[in-house]
Design a protein around this ligand. Structure first.
Ligand code: NOJ
Ligand code: CA
Length: 730
């Protein structure tokens, strides 16, 4: 019997929004200056409200922390600074209850030199299985020519161990000896470690430094067939013993070398697209789409069940290993004028400072991240535009505490500032006094609100996670235009990479007769014809259009587009609801629904699919109660499908329904599209939009299949002109 995962769909990771964070950096619950699992648990509301669906945790295992935890001393425990295994489990369960998945690290390539396996190996007789957990040599000449990755710190991939009287092999820091996968006991141990966490319920494993597992004389010791064989074994074990989990390959390689890490869907389910990332930055600085188009054209197709992991920044330097020498020089010139920002073959900066804190450029790059084929991965703090601290060594400058508010330590910890694991950013531009979550939650035009809406919007279109990509080829190379397609859903994305306004004429003849519906405001643009389609783009702006099929035979042409009936004119935002239900916990101090904008107050449609009449009653009761208690003036229409055989709404006693006059019940007859689970096909969203329009609602919130307020993950995005709307369900 396979152990189920928390997600219900085996390909859930293709629709996910990943959020990368370090437990240490997120929130400190016990005032020791170090973030911990209890602190993180307390921030799940925030993450849920942001809309991310999968948390990627950087290493949290016992470790001397000389590589921020990638130097593991025990694979089956939690570093005491971050809490206990029980704390981890509480966090994991709470994340799952909210419908979020959790990805953790499986560092297979190396351990800390403090790991008992290494200590045992040094003192074991040469040639023994214990000694052979690692790779030894009498001379440093073995594997000559293999590149040194941390070339700022290390001068060789061999380090001398006096106890063993031999050199040991390390691809990273010298305190991180590489494990020896020619010794079958090593893989056994690693599979054990993997099962330890999968049994606890983690949903995915990031395979750190995966190309370097096996070494062979006369090669670069990267991407060897023997390494792929090891990964296939790992995947076979997962597939045999667990369901709905995934493996993410960290292979910083060219696309053609990464492709084998997917295998025939018998290795990793996902791999980072390392070469795309720097080219997005090059394209924006050169105001030319070519670097992006070029690398995507070099990217081989992957199995349908696999996925690319896309990112703009992460916890490491912005690596420039996968660019040409010219491109690297260009990147240094354009993005790294201060030599302190350079490290190894990369640039140690966060997103906002890299882009000179230019909001338009930050949004533009995010628009590429969210619309390219793959799963977007956000790095904690980048959603509020956090800065970095170049005075901290190594990559620590981009790993500073999360900035929650303007109180001391940015609300990260109540410890004395001198006891924090790293100082909070406090410069005038990026300091916690100016850049923090609390301020940005209040400010409807903040970067945080923008990112949140972007996430909500992206979730509406399965095509982004699953569809194909095709570039258009307009003459103006400062504009990048591409079509994403999945079944009959087509989305056209157009972005201006230039700091000046640009015209563009697109050949859209194949979509002749369709209406481009701009998805951020749901405005219909002029009908597409066989003629070139002209657009003007403001500096760094981007437009996404749903290419909707013609809605009526007599629909007028572009000249009177405004009078035409507009299909799907209601924007509907929905998130994947929690599969589990738990009792509603609304109370005045913890309102189930918060409304910050009176305009939206009468305008929310909750859509729910209760499994039983009892569930429906419970939901109505908790909604009524929270509406009465909130006295916010909020009006809610609760839409739910009639059950088979019912011709009317189930009998809900008047007392319950009228407990709050602001609650309107709206039973409806659901089509097949709304009977299946989320994400719905486009017709499902159209149906929700019709319901919303019928009830004069300005936004729709999707609750889960066994819905309660506490389990709902709600996203209501501001509709056009109401950017101050912000509503959430807790
Ligand atoms: C890749 C990780 O992202 C990086 O932070 C770490 O230093 C190396 N692997 C070594 O584990
Ligand atoms: Ca702590």
């Amino acid at each position: 019997m396979k152990k189920p995962g928390s997600a219900s769909n085996p390909l859930w990771f293709k629709d996910a929004i990943l959020y990368e964070l370090h437990v240490r950096a997120f929130a400190d619950s016990n005032a020791d200056g170090i973030g911990d699992f209890t602190g993180l648990l307390g921030k799940l509301d925030y993450l849920q409200e942001l809309g991310v669906t999968c948390l990627w945790l950087l290493p949290f295992f016992p470790s001397p922390l000389r590589d921020d935890g990638y130097d593991i001393a025990d694979y089956k425990d939690v570093h005491p600074s971050y809490g206990t295994l029980d704390d981890f489990q509480r966090f994991l369960n709470a994340a799952h209850q909210r419908g979020m998945q959790v990805l953790i690290e499986l560092v297979m390539n190396h351990t800390s030199d403090q790991h008992p396996w290494f200590q045992r190996a040094r003192n074991a007789p040469a040639g023994s299985p214990e000694r052979n957990f690692y790779i030894w040599s009498e001379s440093k000449e073995r594997f000559a020519g293999v590149p040194i990755i941390f070339n700022d710190t290390e001068s060789s991939n061999w380090a001398w161990d006096p106890a063993a009287g031999a050199y040991y092999w390390h691809r990273f820091f010298s305190h991180q000896p590489d494990l020896n996968y020619d010794n079958p006991f090593v893989l056994d141990e690693m599979l054990d470690a993997m099962r330890f966490w999968l049994d606890r319920g983690v949903d995915g494993l990031r395979l750190d430094a995966i190309p370097y597992l096996v070494e062979r004389d006369g090669t670069r010791c990267e991407n060897l067939p023997e390494t792929h064989a090891i990964i296939r074994t790992v995947r076979t074990v997962i597939d045999a013993e667990y369901s709905n989990r995934f493996l993410l390959a960290e292979a910083n390689q060219w696309p053609s070398d990464v492709r084998p890490y997917f295998g025939e869907n018998d290795e990793c389910n996902m791999a980072f697209h390392f070469p795309l990332m720097p080219r997005m930055y090059v394209a924006v600085r050169q105001e030319d789409r070519l670097p992006i188009v070029d690398i995507m054209q070099q990217t081989p197709a992957i199995p349908d069940t696999c996925q690319w992991g896309l990112f703009l920044r992460n916890h490491d330097e912005l690596t420039l290993e996968m660019v040409t020498r010219d491109e690297r020089d260009y990147m240094y010139l354009a993005y790294s004028s201060d030599p302190r920002t350079r490290i190894n073959l990369g640039i140690r900066r966060r997103l906002a400072p890299l882009l000179d804190n230019n909001r338009d450029r930050i949004e533009l790059l995010n628009s590429l991240l969210f619309s390219f084929p793959g799963t977007p991965i956000l790095y904690y703090g980048d959603e509020i535009g956090m800065g970095d601290n170049l005075d901290l060594g190594d990559r620590n400058g981009v790993r500073t505490p999360m900035q929650w508010n303007s109180t001391s330590n940015g609300g990260f910890s109540t410890a004395a500032p001198s006891s924090l694991y790293a100082p909070v950013i406090s410069d005038p531009v990026y300091g916690y006094q100016a850049v923090n979550v609390e301020e940005q939650r209040k400010n409807p035009s903040s970067l945080l609100q923008w990112v949140r809406n972007m996430i909500g919007l992206r979730k509406l279109f399965a095509v982004f996670g699953r569809g194909t990509l095709r570039f258009l080829n307009p003459a103006n190379r400062k504009v990048i235009a591409y079509v994403r397609q999945l079944g009959d859903e087509s989305v056209l994305c157009v972005a201006n990479l230039s700091r000046f306004a640009q015209p563009v004429a697109l050949d859209l003849a194949e979509f002749d007769g369709r209406t481009p519906m701009e998805v951020f405001g749901y405005s219909a643009f002029p009908l597409i014809t066989a003629q070139p389609y002209s657009l003007s783009l403001a500096p760094y702006s981007f437009l996404w259009f749903e290419l909707q099929a013609a809605i009526a035979a007599d629909a007028p042409g572009p000249a009177d587009a405004e009078q035409r009936p507009q299909p799907n004119t209601q924007r509907v935002l929905a998130t994947n609801p929690s599969p589990e239900s738990s009792p509603a916990t609304a109370s005045p101090s913890h309102p189930a629904v918060e409304v910050h904008d009176a305009v939206a107050a009468k305008s929310v449609l909750l859509h729910a699919i209760p499994a039983t009449p009892q569930e429906l009653r419970q939901l109505i009761s908790s909604l009524s109660q929270s509406l009465v208690e909130s006295s916010s003036g909020l009006g809610i229409t609760l839409a739910f499908p009639l059950r088979d055989g019912e011709s009317n709404a189930p009998a809900i006693d008047a007392e319950l329904n009228h407990a709050s006059s602001n609650l309107l019940l709206a039973p409806y007859r659901a089509s097949a599209a709304l009977r299946q689970s989320w994400p719905y096909p486009a017709s499902g969203y159209a149906e929700l939009a019709r319901l919303a329009a019928q009830h004069n609602a300005r936004a729709v919130v999707q609750l889960g299949r066994s819905p309660t307020l506490s389990s709902a993950t709600a996203q209501i995005s501001p509709l056009p002109d109401t950017t101050s709307t912000a509503t959430r369900a807790c």
